[in-house]
Structures are given as structure tokens and as C-alpha cells.
Design a protein around this ligand. Structure first.
Ligand code: 5GP
Length: 207
């Protein structure tokens, strides 16, 4: 059976769990993909590039995009707006690509509500809370106050792991990457309901 449309891979998990490093490690091993670049109102971190890591916009601009229904989903995370633009995602899906989202638990909920039949989801975390704190401190891109907020948020997010298809514990990057490659390859094979119906009709027609 040929896939004529793409699929979605949602990756969620606490900031500091290593999602970005994992994505960078696997991106060349999983076929045609589109990594969704979110729009955010949070201040740019050192080393980040506008249009590469995020589209950085003002709160006014973000609210205008909400009014114009430009987002597939959006949420307030750590006091800032974050959202996934619909246009680029639709185009990539049409091209048969695996669309990867790095979004929070609220975003995952919204995507599942709208596109569950083509979505596979993975929660990525550190082995322990202690290790998460260590990684957030060693990254040293955020203030103590921001780190404290992220830790509190992480404690709430892990309570929702059961809403995800898979849990990947990022202890050793290479091992976690290997697991994620398998999941990404399988995610691409997820069949939309419409295509299943078509397949069953064709299958029965050729008796
Ligand atoms: P950070 O500020 O560390 O880059 O991201 C903070 C959190 O926002 C992460 O949990 C990340 O997954 C989430 N996030 C990033 N982009 C989006 C988005 O477009 N939508 C939602 N709902 N969450 C996002």
C-alpha cells in the first residue's frame, strides 16, 4: 500500500530532556521530514537564530496570528506564547513528509484532537528529576528563576506521560536516538482512516 500523505510525530518532554539533541541526531536517518518551526513570544536565547529555532514575534503579532487562525495549535508555556503554524505543516503533509513537532503537553492534546489518525507521540525525559536539574544548570542559558519554573512545569508534565504512545528515557543519547529512529520509521507507516477505508474497498473488489 502506498502512502500518499504524510504523518506526524509529536515529541514532548521537559526543557532539558535533550529533545533538540535527539532530533539533530536522528534527522538524517528517518527519510523525508519537515521539522515544524514554532512561533514564540519568549526572548531569544544566546545562540538561537530567528527562523531556524523559532519564529520570534511580539505578543501583538502572535495575537494577530491567533485572530487570523494561522495556528494548528497554540499554548502558553512558562508564561510565553508558543504556536504551530498551519500553512507549512499542511504543505509538508501533502508532500508525504513526516512532520516533527517539539511541543508541550497542551499542544499534544490539541494535535491529537484534530489529527489523531496520523499522529504518533513520544514523551522524552531524563532518567530522574535530579538529572533534569543538573542538565538545566549545566546548560546555563536560563536564570535560576526560569530554571525553577521549568522544573515545576516538568513535574506537572510527567504526570501526563500516559497520554503518549511511547516513553523514551534519554539516559545515553545514542541509545535513546536508536529507539527514536525506530519509532519515527513506524510513525511514517501510520495509515489515515480514509486510506484504510479505500484499501478495504479495493481489497474486497478484487475477489
Ligand atoms: P523552550 O522555551 O525551552 O524552547 O520550550 C519550552 C516548551 O515549549 C517546550 O516544552 C516545547 O516543547 C514547548 N513548545 C515549543 N514550541 C511549541 C509550540 O508550537 N506549541 C506548543 N504547545 N508548545 C511548544
Amino acid at each position: 500500500m502506498n502512502r500518499s500523505s504524510g504523518a506526524i510525530l509529536v515529541l514532548s518532554g521537559p526543557s532539558g530532556a535533550g529533545k533538540s539533541s535527539l532530533i539533530a541526531k536522528i534527522i538524517d536517518q528517518i527519510g523525508p521530514t519537515y521539522f515544524s518551526i514554532s512561533t514564540t513570544t519568549r526572548p531569544m536565547r544566546e545562540g538561537e537564530i530567528d527562523g531556524v529555532h523559532y519564529h520570534f514575534v511580539s505578543v501583538e503579532e502572535f495575537k494577530r496570528e491567533i485572530d487570523e487562525e494561522m495556528f494548528l495549535e497554540y499554548a502558553v508555556v512558562h508564561g510565553n506564547y508558543y504556536g504551530t503554524s498551519l500553512g507549512a505543516v499542511k504543505k509538508a503533509l501533502k508532500e508525504g513528509k513526516l512532520v516533527i513537532f517539539d511541543i508541550d503537553v497542551q499542544g499534544h492534546d490539541a494535535v491529537q484532537n484534530r489529527l489523531s489518525d496520523i499522529t504518533t507521540s513520544v514523551f522524552i525525559t531524563t532518567p530522574t528529576l535530579e538529572e533534569l536539574k543538573r542538565r538545566l544548570h549545566s546548560r546555563s542559558t536560563d536564570s535560576e528563576e526560569v530554571i525553577a519554573k521549568r522544573v515545576e512545569m516538568a513535574k506537572r508534565e510527567v504526570q501526563r506521560i500516559s497520554e503518549y504512545d511511547f516513553l523514551v528515557v534519554n539516559d545515553q543519547l545514542d541509545d535513546a536516538a536508536e529507539v527514536l529512529v525506530s519509532i519515527a520509521k513506524a510513525a511514517r507507516m501510520k495509515i489515515p482512516t480514509l486510506q484504510i477505508n479505500e484499501f478495504v474497498q479495493l481489497w474486497e473488489a478484487n475477489a
